[in-house]
Design a protein around this ligand. Structure first.
Ligand SMILES: NC(=O)c1ccc[n+]([C@@H]2O[C@H](COP(=O)([O-])OP(=O)(O)OC[C@H]3O[C@@H](n4cnc5c(N)ncnc54)[C@H](OP(=O)(O)O)[C@@H]3O)[C@@H](O)[C@H]2O)c1
Length: 327
């Protein structure tokens, strides 16, 4: 048996219930893992509220770290007793113990704690594919400007540090002066408090009128229009989230006069489709963390039984950096 958080219908944080679930033996390609810590992500909010529709009842959670207890037939990269961490579908990480597909579960380097592993897999792999693979047609060179919204959040603080290590000038936006200071302290070259300032005008000022080569936008509805105006000709609008709501449909014709800009909507789960591509990205992330280039900030922890409070804080923009659920 395992304690787990499930929803029977979509809605607010009150829909999440702590229950006991039966956990069986792993089948082909599966493992059973005992979690030591679980990561909190904004995607959990979308799945809970129904923004991303999934079959119900649903056990939530997409990220965790722990110890492998048993492996099913065909699993060769893990064995019982291995420390491991993952960002993976299907949801179900909000629990003590689960059976799940092994493909996206990676061995956790000894230097990385379970708490850090649980905090960094989904957010760190996202920062990895954004900064390494979600690039404008001309690529990115050292010194180039990029705009990254919600820069003091979980993905944001990792991206600030990683962009600096890659030599990019990351302009970070955040919703308060305190959050802006945090992003700046973590490697953002410039910060904009977008709750007070017109971020498109400030981006023009900072870049001497040229604009940025990429906008990484996870805020969605509230930032979309102005983000398009921040781009240099042939720049890339990389949408990867909708914390403020879904982006409204738009006519492609608007992209020409803005400088023949490109638009993409990315999801981590298009990048981690095989054991090989997952491990390749995880190795890059593990190197960034163990070398000290990227430090994982766990600024909030909540016990599993207080999961509702964790969601309330995340949705109310009260968190910074990463949040973990303790067991
Ligand atoms: N597509 C992918 O592959 C992928 C993977 C991981 C994460 N994501 C997305 O990346 C974003 C960051 O994820 P995270 O888990 O690290 O969360 P987070 O950044 O720690 O939290 C979300 C942040 O978004 C900002 N925000 C702006 N408007 C908001 C609103 N109306 N309501 C709530 N928050 C708002 C807030 O920062 P300020 O107060 O500073 O504005 C808030 O702290 C999320 O949108 C998530 O869905 C996408």
């Amino acid at each position: 048996m395992s304690k787990a958080i499930i929803i029977e219908q979509t809605g607010g944080p009150e829909q999440m219930k702590l229950v006991d679930v039966q956990v069986g033996e792993p089948g082909p390609g599966e493992i059973r893992i005992r979690h030591h810590a679980v990561g909190l992500n904004f995607i959990d909010v979308y799945q809970r509220s129904g923004v991303y529709a999934l079959p119900l009842p649903l056990q939530l959670g997409m990220e965790a770290a722990g110890v492998v207890e048993a492996v099913g037939p065909g699993v060769t990269h893990l064995k019982a007793g291995d420390r491991a961490a993952y960002a993976s579908q299907p949801p179900g990480a909000y629990c003590e113990l689960r059976v799940m597909p092994a493909k996206c579960v990676c061995k956790l380097p000894d230097e990385i704690s379970f708490e850090t592993g649980a905090a960094m897999m989904l957010k760190g792999l996202t920062a990895q594919y954004l900064l390494r693979k979600t690039l404008p047609v001309q690529g990115l060179q050292a010194g180039d400007f990029v705009l990254f919204h919600a820069a003091a959040g979980g993905v944001g603080l990792i991206a600030c540090q990683w962009a600096k290590a890659l030599g990019y000038q990351l302009i970070g936006t955040a919703g308060s002066d305190e959050k802006c200071a945090l992003a700046l302290a973590h490697g953002a070259a410039h910060v904009i408090n977008y709750s007070k300032e017109d971020f498109a005008a400030r981006v023009k000022e900072i870049t001497g009128g040229k604009g940025v080569k990429v906008v990484y936008d996870s805020v969605g509805k509230d930032t979309w229009d102005k983000s398009l105006d921040c781009l240099a000709p042939f720049g890339l609008m990389a949408s990867f989230g909708n914390a403020s709501g879904a982006v409204a449909p738009f006519a492609p014709g608007i992209l020409g006069p803005k400088g023949s800009i490109y638009v993409t909507r990315q999801t981590l789960f298009s990048h981690i489709t095989t054991r090989e591509n997952t491990q390749e990205m995880a190795d890059d992330l593990f190197e960034a963390v163990t070398s000290g280039k990227v430090k994982i900030h766990i600024d909030q922890t909540f016990p599993l039984a207080k999961i509702q409070d964790a969601h309330i804080a995340l949705e109310a923009r009260k968190t910074t950096g990463c949040t973990i659920i303790t067991l």
